[in-house]
Design a protein around this ligand. Structure first.
Ligand code: AMP
Length: 213
């Protein structure tokens, strides 16, 4: 089962991707996580990507296409994968089709999580991420049992630099201009399923499960 999660930043793609990963045993592929790791490790890719990410802009297509293509070839993607945060431009979507074509694969479901702009800003300013395992929390809507400590691995929680309000607004603009056209792209391929992302995490997950079974 090959899945794409679409939706604006802060729509809960990462949270849902992790739940699908647990249930279906197929890996979450988050280009954002891969890029953050590269920045942290100061690799060549990380050095190239950092400034774009800090400002909320997209990292150039050729870089993200390269790392995603590489990742999709890994053994654990054999039975499926969940792309979280890729593709984000039509160029990336076309490149993905080409890569999958060569592997005799295709996208089965593009799940579009819809959330209103005001809600996104509220959500993202309260978002906290685990330094250890990448799990995502919200200080009001989904707080950890112990303040600033991950329930899953005990890691420390932090706020991403690009979750600050001004950068969030820029990321939303980038989403509207460059990523939203993908909704039509996948609708035309008859794989688009839209989901009300304003609901609770468990309810959204339930809707997704119904679509995938
Ligand atoms: P995310 O964690 O998915 O919100 O991604 C964080 C940041 O990483 C984005 O704001 C972009 O700067 C960069 N990024 C992640 N995925 C992509 C992508 N598919 N194309 C371009 N930039 C990306």
């Amino acid at each position: 089962m090959n899945i794409i999660l679409l939706g604006p930043p802060g729509s809960g793609k990462g949270t849902q991707a992790k739940l699908i990963e647990e249930r279906c045993g197929i890996p979450q592929i988050s280009t954002g996580d891969m890029l953050r790791k590269a920045v942290e490790n100061k690799t060549e890719l990380g050095i190239k990507a950092k400034n774009y990410m800090d400002s909320g802009a997209l990292v150039p297509d050729e870089l993200v296409i390269m790392i995603t293509e590489e990742r999709l070839k890994a053994e654990d993607c054999r039975d499926g994968f969940i792309l979280d945060g890729f593709p984000r431009t039509v160029t990336q979507a076309e490149a993905l089709d080409e890569v999958l074509n060569k592997m005799n694969k295709k996208i089965d479901n593009a799940l579009n999580i819809e959330v209103k702009e005001d809600d996104i800003i509220r959500r993202m300013s309260g978002r906290r991420i685990c330094k250890g395992c990448g799990a995502s929390y919200h200080i009001i809507f989904n707080p950890p049992n112990e303040e600033n400590i991950c329930d899953l691995c005990g890691g420390e929680l932090y706020q991403r630099d690009d979750d600050k309000e001004e950068t969030v607004r820029n990321r939303l603009k980038v989403y509207k201009d460059q990523t939203e056209p993908l909704i039509n792209y996948y609708r035309e391929k008859s794989v688009l399923r839209s989901i009300d992302g304003g609901r609770k995490i468990e309810e959204i997950n339930q809707l997704i499960e119904e679509i995938l079974t």
